[in-house]
Design a protein around this ligand. Sequence first.
Ligand code: ARG
Length: 467
Amino acid sequence: MSNTMWGGRFNSGPDAIMEEINASIDFDKALWRQDIRGSKAHVAMLAKQGIVTSADAKAITDGLSAVHAEIEAGEFTFSRSLEDIHMNVESRLAEIVGPAAGRLHTARSRNDQVATDMRLWVRDTVDALDAQLADLQGALAEKALAHAGAVMPGFTHLQSAQPTTFGHHLLAYVEMLGRDRGRFADARRRMNECPLGAAALAGTSFPIDRRTTAEALGFDRPTANSLDSVSDRDFALEALAAASICAVHLSRFAEEIVLWTTPQFGLVRLSDKFTSGSSIMPQKRNPDAAELVRGKTGRVIGALTALLVVIKGLPMSYAKDMQEDKEGVFDALQTLSLCIAAMAGMVRDMEPELKTMKKAAGLGYATATDLADWLVRTLKMPFRQAHHVTGRIVGLASDNGVGLEKLSLAEMQAVEPAITQDVFAVLGVERSVRSRVSYGGTAPVEVKKQARRWLAKLAQEAAAPAR
Ligand code: ARG
């Protein structure tokens, strides 16, 4: 049997393989809420413009509510022979409402319908992600405030560099997530135009009012070019790009958690809730959640790459290739959501191992820069010369197999006679972090300031949401 929705000129139904490759209902049923919402806005506009009678509009609207209730209750039978969510909903609507249901698709095409549904879905999801990211920032900033003075090793090249604090380190991620939220917000702004009414590609001869539907669906305005409206998916690409960068940030943090929790580092302890045991090695506490956050990043980046490739060769305007936007977008954004939730859980439960951190902070001559700075400040030495002198003192300590603070004054004076006993004061890790008071630096007073600034900002956002 040919398709009841578009089969007028067809004598036979599709081959089984055609149905298999063509049907998207298995995944695009995720759009059901957005699809019904869009249809309600469309039919209300059709009635307002006198394109359908208000009686038909009411019957269609009530019918759509009935379909909504059926899907929500899990009582709806999705059918592959009806291809996609749009035709599944409309076909059921026809069963409920009768022939009037056929008027819903006036001045509309599945091309503008799916573009609208996808924008609504991505927009809803981006809003939910933003709230989750704010929650994760809050968890990080709280932890940072609590541990603003917890001295830990700071690395460059993953080699001991200078002492820093746990709070300072966590706030670095708060900043990154803040920019991630900014990228999602930018994408949202550009995405928030309504394609509905572009119809198949060229617009429609019916006297529709696209501003009305745009407004009803919470869009800022209708899209301005009907071809562009049905043919681009850059809104999805932007969301995936923002998601990929965010996932990369989470992945870097996840990698650090994996390193920190390994006994050879032992800087942090995760709770039992976010670790798992080994089936053979009884001592193990594996940071599986962190590993999975790191691993799932591949799927998010993969979805971005896949959609870029899908779109790159498409001539104007709609092509069925674009149906391939969905699984990647759904999977990537839902995966990111899960990763953010897992990260927030880990952060709330994680505890720094303060003693180990502090000890590790001094390893690898981490206060060598403090020594060089002391030579500059106290002996008025040019920094380059101070760097050289300090290098020789570090070499001496290394030959003797001791830390800088364990050298005697006489040993230091053998390298630079003007050094005095005072130098030992700057070689401690606590003193080192306390001294780095430049704006955004690692000094606990500065870290506290920044943590409080974020917490206040987040509280303010929560009290007065942007949307
Ligand atoms: N399921 C389709 C998609 O996701 C809906 C649009 C179909 N349009 C068409 N002309 N066949 O892209």
